[in-house]
Write a protein that binds this ligand. Structure first.
Ligand code: ADP
Ligand code: MG
Length: 423
């Protein structure tokens, strides 16, 4: 997988998204505040997932040319389902190999692959943990170094998170704790040591070496200024963050759109061969700004005249935020034109459809099914010298949904976790 590490200062790119004051703007403002206070930790941990859908181009006759993978988006914060993906692929493998599906599913035997993402994601956290331990002697008087999961109050996806916690403990003996953003100030403190602010988890007097966000990606995660304040506070602590505010911002849809531009991407991959660059660019569909630049004006016209070919995306994560096809012109009418620039327009990927069944919340759905592959990666880099210390592909997630649903989110209620069949 090609991972573009956010080694660069993105601030010049971010002037374009300032329109999304309430969230993207607040994330950036929080980064500026943290920078003013002082960001001391040069290491940054990325736990990423790059999502793809197979595209079928009807205009090409040869099968090899007509079918290719296209990127849906690159997620840089709170990527989920790494654990449930491992569990579901184990379940499917067990059911297939134990003949539970019956003779019609004989072809599945030995052909389902198990994603190693539970351990893979935990390995990424452990790499950051060990690097922190190498550079930071445990503060005297404190019990041990630990990982802090930042989670949502009343978290529904807890089972996906717990397996990573158990893997960290079983494979490395690393303890983790869970805190919600509104409780950060109550359950932690900063302790100045050798000019940096060590983060202490007070209930057990432990030093936090890695802060792992499974929250903080949506406006609803910041109901009051208290949560924003906690985010700035954590950013200024010496713990390694996954992700930092800048890394989270680099996963914005706006950045994805900017990074489909050949000249821009060349700047980030100066050593790649022209052939590699073309291969990478071939995984992107057309993405347009919706501002008043020449490309933005083209997009505004396309959105009105051929909306059935596009999805309109705001700077949001977590599903349920996009506007699809025929709904685009009506939606744009509800917004003042000055705000259109806060969106991007993306060409729809056209996946081949398979007939299948989906079991969801006790009900069986039958129909045309399409799938989306997410590839997990972990990366640790040093922003003070742009050195990459670790960069691994760590498994995958396959989600399937009925063709009739535009969105594929499992937690958002539109799809299910699936397994890869290799043939
Ligand atoms: P979010 O960050 O909210 O998850 P995404 O950009 O991943 O938003 O979009 C949500 C879902 O919508 C995707 O998982 C996919 O199923 C569908 N989708 C998004 N973009 C496209 C596209 N260009 N073509 C086809 N489907 C898309
Ligand atoms: Mg997504």
């Amino acid at each position: 997988m090609c991972m573009i590490s956010p080694l660069t200062n993105w601030s010049n790119l971010f002037s374009v998204t300032v329109l999304d004051h309430d969230f993207t703007g607040k994330l950036y403002e929080s980064y500026v505040k943290a920078k003013e206070i002082g960001i001391t930790q040069p290491l940054s941990l990325g736990i990423f997932r790059s999502d793809y859908i197979v595209n079928e181009d009807g205009s090409k006759t040869n099968e090899e040319d007509s079918v290719s993978i296209k990127q849906v988006e690159f997620n840089t914060v709170s990527v989920s389902f790494g654990s449930l993906s491992s569990k579901v692929s184990q379940l499917h493998t067990y059911l297939a190999d134990s003949d539970t599906y019956g003779p019609s599913a004989e072809f599945l035997k030995g052909k389902t692959a198990i994603s190693k993402s539970i351990d893979g994601l935990a390995d990424g956290l452990a790499v950051a943990y060990k690097e922190y331990a190498k550079n930071n002697v445990l503060v005297s008087g404190y019990s041990k170094q630990v990982v802090l999961f930042i989670v949502q109050p009343g978290e529904r996806n807890v089972f996906d998170q717990r397996h990573i916690e158990y893997s960290l403990y079983n494979n490395y003996g690393i303890t983790s704790y869970r805190v919600t953003l509104d409780n950060v100030r109550l359950e932690t403190k900063l302790l100045e040591t050798n000019g940096v602010q060590k983060l202490i988890y007070t209930p057990t007097n432990a030093e936090v070496s890695v802060v792992y966000y499974r929250s903080g990606y949506a406006p609803t995660d910041y109901p009051t200024e208290e949560e924003w304040d906690a985010r700035v506070y954590l950013e200024t602590s010496h713990a390694i963050k996954s992700p930092t505010l800048l890394t989270q911002l680099s996963g914005a849809k706006k950045i994805q759109q900017i990074l489909t531009d050949k000249e821009t991407i060349r700047k980030f991959l100066p050593n790649s061969t022209p052939q590699n660059l073309e291969q990478l660019l071939a995984t992107f569909v057309d993405l347009y700004p919706m501002d008043t630049s020449p490309n933005g004006l083209i997009a505004r016209k396309l959105a009105q005249e051929q909306p059935e070919k596009f999805v309109l995306k705001p700077q949001r994560e977590g599903g349920g935020n996009n506007v699809y096809k025929e709904n685009i012109p009506g939606f744009l009418k509800t917004l003042p034109e000055e705000q259109w620039g806060a969106y991007i327009l993306m060409e729809l990927i056209k996946p081949p459809e398979f007939k299948n069944k989906i079991l969801r919340a006790g009900e069986i759905y039958f129909g045309g099914v399409i799938s989306e592959l997410g590839v997990f990666g972990t990366i640790l880099w040093d922003s003070s010298n742009s050195k990459i210390l670790h960069n691994e592909q760590v498994g995958w997630l396959l989600r399937s949904k009925l063709q009739s649903s535009n969105e594929g989110g499992v937690a958002a209620g539109f799809g299910c976790i699936d397994s890869v069949y290799l043939f």
